[in-house]
Design a protein around this ligand. Structure first.
Ligand SMILES: NC(=O)c1ccc[n+]([C@@H]2O[C@H](COP(=O)([O-])OP(=O)(O)OC[C@H]3O[C@@H](n4cnc5c(N)ncnc54)[C@H](O)[C@@H]3O)[C@@H](O)[C@H]2O)c1
Length: 186
């Protein structure tokens, strides 16, 4: 029974997050978008409430989780451009790793123990075999991929220490538009 269960979608105002909110809503969940609107758009948030906040701010995460009685988190909020990460790695370590730390602190305080993490195929780097299987060695070749791999390690450590349950999705480039007018917006 999914009816009315709230799921926090960090980065829910972005390209992939807004599509995840649409899918959650049609599956009977309440998608609660948590987004600082740095690259996302408030007008993409059509399927549940928008909480404007930054995942690096653990107190703001706690408030959103409690206010909306959230049971699980899908974590999309991140900086997500390989080229930019090579020019400005500090931004990527701060936002992606700092975001994961803030989110996990908030989740632990609020007692939310289920997280789906939007990782990336970039954690594999140049694969030793094709097609790439899930158990291929992860050896990223840019700061963006390294932040995602480190976030996976952080999750694994928190799972071992605190009983957190998580999945990391290492998907490839997403593309496409949606008739609801969400996704890549000018
Ligand atoms: N686009 C792809 O093909 C692809 C492939 C694999 C993985 N991913 C991952 O999926 C996620 C979403 O990617 P996207 O293409 O939708 O990017 P996007 O830029 O459209 O979405 C990211 C969202 O996160 C928000 N955000 C960023 N930093 C934040 C912070 N500190 N606090 C709160 N909100 C913050 C942005 O405002 C934006 O709405 C990212 O984690 C990305 O690494 C993307």
């Amino acid at each position: 029974m999914t009816s009315g269960i709230s799921v926090l979608v960090t980065g829910g105002a972005g390209f992939i997050g807004s599509h995840a909110c649409k899918a959650l809503k049609s599956a009977g969940y309440v998608p609660v978008t948590f987004d600082n609107l740095s690259t996302g758009h408030a007008r993409s948030v059509k399927f549940g409430p928008l909480v404007q906040g930054d995942v690096r701010d653990a107190d703001a995460v706690v408030a959103a989780l409690r206010d909306h009685d959230v049971r699980a988190i899908i974590h999309f909020a991140a900086s997500a451009y390989v080229g930019e990460s090579m020019r400005n790695p500090g931004l990527y370590y701060d936002n992606n790793l700092g975001g994961m730390i803030g989110l996990l602190k908030g989740a632990k305080t609020a007692g939310v123990d289920k997280i789906v993490f939007s990782s990336s195929c970039a954690t594999y780097g140049i694969p030793a075999q094709l097609p790439i299987s899930e158990d291929c060695a992860q050896d990223p070749i840019n700061p963006y991929g390294r932040t995602k791999l480190i976030c996976e390690m952080v999750l694994r450590d928190h799972a071992a220490a605190h009983g957190l349950r998580f999945a990391a999705l290492r998907y490839f480039n997403a593309a496409g538009a949606d008739l609801d007018g969400i996704g890549h917006l000018p």
